[in-house]
Write a protein that binds this ligand. Sequence first.
Ligand code: S3P
Length: 177
Amino acid sequence: MKVNNIILIGFMGSGKTTVGKKLAQEMGWQFIDTDRKIEELTGLTITELFKASGEMKFRSEEALMIKKIQNQTQSVIATGGGTVVAQENFEILKQMGVVVYLFAPLDSILKRVKINKDRPLLLQPLPVVEKLWLERREIYRQADVTVDTRDKDAAEIVKEILDLMQGGSSFAAENRY
Ligand code: S3P
């Protein structure tokens, strides 16, 4: 199967950046982190952007960034946890290549990120974060393939993605998450 790009989606703290960097290295592809690109472009951190202009402004920067990278090839792209909530972004990303959902249960995400000041949405009360996780899961399930990250380190997750790429047809694997 010929794949132009690999796009990683999933909740905050699911390992998109760590896995994406390693995967890009293994494939000899470019690594693109859309949040970092937004930070470079605006000169503000995500937290500063949220504080200064609100989430809506961040979402419009995010949508612009997806359009900006849509002609990339041979890239591993780590998206922000909310990028694919906008269906328009999701459609562009689907056309760019294979979309991989990194599934992680909320308890392991919370353990992994602890109190992380760089993720404004995780600073909300737990029931709000739980609701977000449940709603997002329904959206992420539209990915081409899901990798369960539970009890796996980045190297194992990368290997699993590479195996799936070689298997080709495994991309139609049942989506249980
Ligand atoms: C967000 C996730 C963050 C970042 C922003 C909003 C979200 O990215 O884009 O804080 O809506 O889930 P990570 O998933 O890389 O933390």
